[in-house]
Design a binder for this molecule. Structure first.
Ligand SMILES: C[S@@+](CC[C@H](N)C(=O)[O-])C[C@H]1O[C@@H](n2cnc3c(N)ncnc32)[C@H](O)[C@@H]1O
Length: 223
């Protein structure tokens, strides 16, 4: 009898090179057209929220110029790669090893020297670790504060809300001027209710800076 990992049966890594048109930025990246949610491989595909945030970045490129950016739950990394056309440094992060391999593949493909990839699981002082310990992304250092923290379609499972909000809170605590952007696609009402309650408890305020139907981009601040 052969030993095998059951998870392997569900993991497809037959990535295709897709082209995404953001106007002045045409970004190519490897991704899948569909994936499984069972092991949270949602990051293998590029979600509409990533496209919406990519467009926002190009339309508001002056906000991103010369900045140090951390993308949370980057998935294939398309949004962060768009930002890298303007930013000083972009750290693309995710917590799933399969997704991190995809991020690495895209990092290697784009050959941009300001793009880095590392593992970040939300919560647990994950932003502090970048800033003070030089732990993630070898070219971030103590003089380089994080100017922008952003995430596209990172709000979907109620159980991950606490860690995510802790991380957004942490980013604003370290640097009150940090621009925190969340590209949010509204799907499940009870997740939204829980999100809004948790944000209020943490005194996190959201300002809608883009809206099209169920797609929002929020700027998050601390009251
Ligand atoms: C729906 S996908 C969005 C991917 C990409 N941002 C996009 O919009 O195309 C959510 C991403 O968040 C990542 N993620 C979920 N929970 C996480 C956690 N606790 N820490 C870090 N990343 C997480 C997943 O691995 C996945 O890549």
């Amino acid at each position: 009898m052969t030993d095998f990992e059951v998870g392997d049966l569900f993991v497809c890594e037959d990535y295709v090179l897709e082209s995404f048109d953001f106007g002045e930025v045409k970004q190519k990246a490897y991704c899948l057209k569909s994936s499984v949610t069972d092991f949270d491989l949602t990051g293998q595909i590029v979600w509409p929220a990533a496209i919406a945030l990519g467009k926002y970045i190009v339309d508001n490129k002056e906000l991103f110029a010369g900045k140090n950016i951390v993308e949370l739950g980057a998935g294939a990394g398309v949004t962060g790669l768009v930002a890298a056309h303007y930013a000083k440094k972009v750290l693309l992060t995710d917590y799933m090893d399969v997704v991190l391999q995809l991020l690495k593949k895209n990092e290697e493909y784009v050959q941009m020297d300001n793009v880095f990839v590392d593992k970040i699981s939300w919560g647990e002082n994950c932003i502090k670790n970048i800033d003070t310990e030089n732990k993630f992304g070898k070219k971030f250092n103590n003089d380089d504060k994080v100017d922008i923290v952003m995430g596209a379609d990172v709000i979907f499972w109620p159980e991950s809300l606490d860690g995510l909000l802790e991380t957004l809170d942490e980013a604003l605590e370290i640097n009150p001027d940090c621009l925190v952007l969340i590209s949010f696609y509204s799907r499940v009402k009870h997740t939204n209710t829980s999100l809004f309650e948790k944000m209020e408890k943490k005194s996190l305020k959201r300002e809608t800076i883009f809206n099209d139907g169920d797609q929002y981009i929020w700027k998050i601040t601390k009251q």
